[in-house]
Design a protein around this ligand. Structure first.
Ligand SMILES: C[S@@+](CC[C@H](N)C(=O)[O-])C[C@H]1O[C@@H](n2cnc3c(N)ncnc32)[C@H](O)[C@@H]1O
Ligand SMILES: O=C(O)C(=O)C[C@]1(C(=O)O)C=C[C@@H](O)C=C1
Length: 247
């Protein structure tokens, strides 16, 4: 399985196309997300640790927008309850194909992992079965803003008492000074990880119509509107955060 360094935006492009999770992105995705999202390895590893507290025997755990299954692998490393199974969902055929290969490799290296099913589907159309854990790691920001509340309400309905939604997102800030500072620090993070100013600018153009971050307050209000009783931020690094939402 080839894992290339991310140079997708290294050369000047006449027109920067909108960002899509296609075969080119799949090839560089592990490198891209680690070098682009501050705290990503910490979030992924601890998501599994958190999930183990909410997981209940004989239930489903969802990884929505699973990409290459980093969260699914973490769930399988940390959740050991009897009869749990992971359902990883993504609507990118290229991601799903490679995700299945990675999970087969994980199965060949470790014994007694939770069973996993990888589904190629749109999470907006997929009926959810009752679940104790739902993870959405940097996926909601790619869902059309007007669809987000209904999706979260369906997730809330599917969650069993004692379960949790774990939601990680890039944040934006209403306060201009806070927004500018955290945005600049995020650009510094990308430069420190070897991205040039050209790569950073072209990636931003590619992603700006596709990925729409919300404020922390908007997330909290929408989660409550979707029926969640409690929202607890457990991680923030610069403008990236992760929340636990209790049904
Ligand atoms: C930033 S990536 C998620 C990263 C991944 N969760 C991780 O932690 O490595 C967003 C993913 O969401 C998927 N996605 C976006 N919209 C979706 C939808 N409506 N249904 C299913 N998957 C979707 C994309 O294909 C992409 O793989
Ligand atoms: O905000 C950015 O510039 C990003 O690159 C963020 C982000 C994300 O948050 O998902 C966007 C697309 C890639 O999947 C990796 C990282």
């Amino acid at each position: 399985m080839s894992q290339d360094p991310d140079r997708l935006f290294a050369q000047p492009l006449e027109q920067v196309p909108d960002f899509v999770f296609n075969e080119d992105v799949v090839r560089v995705f592990p490198d891209m997300i680690k070098r682009s999202v501050p705290g990503y390895p910490t979030i992924v590893e601890n998501l599994g640790v958190l999930a183990a507290r909410f997981a209940q025997p004989h239930t489903a755990l969802y990884d929505l927008g699973a990409s290459l299954g980093a969260v699914t692998q973490s769930l399988r490393r940390h959740v050991r309850h009897d009869g749990c199974r992971v359902i990883a969902v993504d609507n990118s055929a290229a991601m799903v194909e490679r995700c299945r290969q990675y999970l087969t490799a994980q199965d060949s290296m470790f014994q007694e992992l939770l069973p996993v099913q990888v589904i190629e589907a749109d999470i907006l159309a997929l009926p959810f079965e009752p679940a104790s854990v739902v993870a959405m790691n940097f996926t909601l920001q790619f869902i059309a803003p007007e669809q987000r509340l209904a999706l979260l309400a369906r997730i809330h309905q599917a969650l069993l008492p004692g379960g949790a939604l774990i939601l990680s997102e890039k944040l934006r800030f209403d306060d201009v000074q806070e927004q500018d500072l955290l945005n600049d620090l995020h650009l510094d993070f990308k430069r420190a990880n070897g991205y040039s100013d050209l790569e950073i600018a072209q990636k931003r153009s590619a992603i700006e119509h596709v990925m729409k971050p919300d404020t922390l307050q908007a997330h909290q209000e929408r989660l409550h509107a979707a029926g969640f009783s409690k929202v607890v931020p457990w991680f923030q690094c610069l403008n990236f955060a992760s929340l636990i939402a209790l049904p």
